[in-house]
Design a protein around this ligand. Structure first.
Ligand code: HEM
Length: 155
């Protein structure tokens, strides 16, 4: 079962990245062309937030139940984990980076509820999502990194 969940976690990366790029394009065009904040914008932002939260829940399960999170820290000790780049990546860096990115996505999705102009909503959502995208890109275990993982589930 763990492998299936890991594959889902891997796949969700693409869902989040695609939704983030669509949302960024819509919000960028929204604030530069002073467009209304539409139901379509709300939907994309909502799907993005839901996908991020699902990935967070799966990630938390992996961190607590899998070999790379809590178990690694309790069996090897935090000092040892921090000395090993791959162990440190999954036990600390990936977790912290993704948590920050998911908080930014959640706050970005929430701007729709603020009593500010539609242009200001687009602008705020754009910058929050842009920051989230950078952090996610830096926190993904891309091929070629020390903590490399496959691009697609099961590959
Ligand atoms: C936007 C959110 C996230 C994205 C895009 C993401 C992406 C990924 C990817 C692509 C992998 C490699 C999967 C594989 O080996 O096939 C991975 C592994 C992992 N992620 Fe995430 N992740 C996210 C959030 C989180 C969070 C919040 C946590 C912890 C709470 C987490 C914990 C882990 C762990 C422990 C692994 C290694 C699992 C293992 O190999 O057993 N992830 N993540």
């Amino acid at each position: 079962m763990y492998t299936g969940i890991l594959h889902l976690h891997n796949f969700m990366r693409w869902v989040i990245l695609i939704l983030l790029i669509i949302a960024l394009v819509r919000h960028f065009s929204g604030f530069t062309n002073k467009k209304a904040f539409t139901a379509g914008d709300r939907k994309i932002d909502l799907f993005l937030m839901i996908s991020a939260h699902i990935t967070l829940l799966i990630g938390l399960y992996q961190w607590f139940a899998g070999p790379w999170g809590l178990k690694n820290i309790t069996s090897n000790g935090m000092g040892q984990v921090m000395k090993q780049p791959v162990q440190r990546f999954f036990a600390v860096e990936h977790l912290v980076g993704m948590l920050i990115a998911i908080i930014l996505i959640t706050v970005g999705r929430g701007v729709v509820k603020k009593s500010i102009s539609d242009t200001a909503k687009h602008k705020k959502a754009f910058w929050l999502f842009f920051l989230a995208l950078i952090i996610i890109l830096v926190s993904i275990p891309w091929p070629g990194r020390e903590a490399a993982r496959p691009l697609f589930p099961g590959m």
